[in-house]
Design a protein around this ligand. Structure first.
Ligand code: NAP
Length: 317
């Protein structure tokens, strides 16, 4: 298939684009902060990314017209939950209205659309992991804007996949989420780390998600899916697995804190639970996601090989 991807330069896009190319698709990656505006360069296998701002219906229409895709994959989003909270208009412009523009264009051109959504659409009160049959009730601006995006996709595009991810793990140098922040602190020489133990979620390894998504789009089983790693844990648990993976458990003091500890740094309200259950993938016999601990180990080994290898080095260990 010929696939137009928005937000392709981010954490997920950097795993998804290679996975799509490996599956013999022709990929046209686009993103916000890039200069290239020539789809033919991209379709000829040039690894550069084209400029497409999803807040512009004209730009979306122009890219669809030029590329003539068989499928659009819409990843573009403002993913900084705290920034969304303080600038709700920006969150809405990109995550809700931007998705409306993409959905409108796909609906008009009768194209199938993949929209990536989030466990952040839930209120977090459920004790067990959330599945696709649970009612979405977001408690912050980011979650509300992403849920509005889901509604636009459901309303405007007949053939759609809405795929919700959990806590994204991936991106290597582009990793601006939890694992990336922990690694940054370790690289800066931190000997104490503070991690929250009263918020629960399911890490989602971007390369596994990308592979699962690549398989899903081949099925034509349109609908709403959860796609996260198996299992769940707190940020404290994730930090523990990172330290273990890097052989730093003894060297670094990992301190449990409640979420209130980070109130000033991360002011947006967050659901108590973003744990996920991939019920619909299970029903299709397509739940190939791994336990998150295993995936985090692989991520460290692949994306931070020097730090990972150091644990086996008797000189530095
Ligand atoms: N990260 C998570 O933990 C997580 C969890 C669940 C679901 N998701 C969803 O997964 C999708 C991919 O996110 P990600 O994890 O890859 O996050 P990411 O690294 O922040 O990637 C999002 C990309 O979208 C781009 N973007 C922002 N505004 C745009 C606009 N107006 N037009 C076009 N592109 C724009 C960003 O560009 P700039 O960086 O230059 O602004 C960035 O490259 C998003 O839809 C997100 O909501 C993410």
């Amino acid at each position: 298939m010929r696939i137009l991807v928005t937000g392709a330069g981010g954490m997920l896009g950097s795993a998804l684009v290679p996975a799509l190319i490996d599956a013999a698709h022709t990929v046209c990656p686009t993103d916000l902060h890039v200069p290239v505006d020539d789809p033919w360069l991209l379709l000829a296998g040039n690894p550069r990314i084209g400029h497409l701002d999803v807040r512009s219906p004209d730009q979306i229409a122009r890219w669809i017209d030029r590329v003539q895709p068989d499928l659009v994959m819409h990843l573009a989003a403002e993913t900084d939950v705290d920034l969304c909270e303080v600038r709700p208009d920006e969150a809405s412009a990109t995550n809700a209205m931007g998705t409306q523009h993409v959905a409108q264009a796909c609906g008009t051109a009768m194209l199938p659309l993949v929209y990536i959504s989030t466990a952040g659409v839930f209120d977090g009160l459920k004790e067990e992991p959330y599945d696709e049959l649970d009612q979405a009730r977001p408690i912050n601006v980011y979650g509300r804007a992403k849920l509005a995006g889901e509604h636009y996709v459901q309303t405007l595009v007949a053939r759609h996949y809405i795929v919700r991810a959990g806590w994204m793990v991936g991106g290597g140098a582009k990793d601006h989420k939890f694992v990336g922040k922990i690694i940054q602190q370790l690289e800066a020489g931190a000997d104490t780390l503070y991690a929250v133990d009263d918020r629960f979620g399911t890490p989602t390894y971007a390369p596994d998600f990308a592979e699962g998504l690549t398989r899903l789009i081949a099925t034509n089983h349109y609908g709403l899916y959860h796609m996260a790693c198996l299992g769940s844990g707190t940020r404290y648990d994730v930090a523990g697995v990172i330290l273990e993976g890097l052989g730093r458990t003894a060297a670094v003091n990992l301190v449990k804190v409640s979420s209130g500890y980070f109130d000033e740094t991360y002011p947006a309200p967050r659901p108590r639970s973003e744990m996920m259950h991939n019920l619909m993938l299970e029903r299709l016999g397509m739940n190939t996601m791994r336990p998150w601990e295993e995936a985090v180990h692989e991520y460290l080994q692949r994306s931070f090989p020097e730090a990972y290898a150091a644990q086996f080095d008797p000189v530095t260990a």
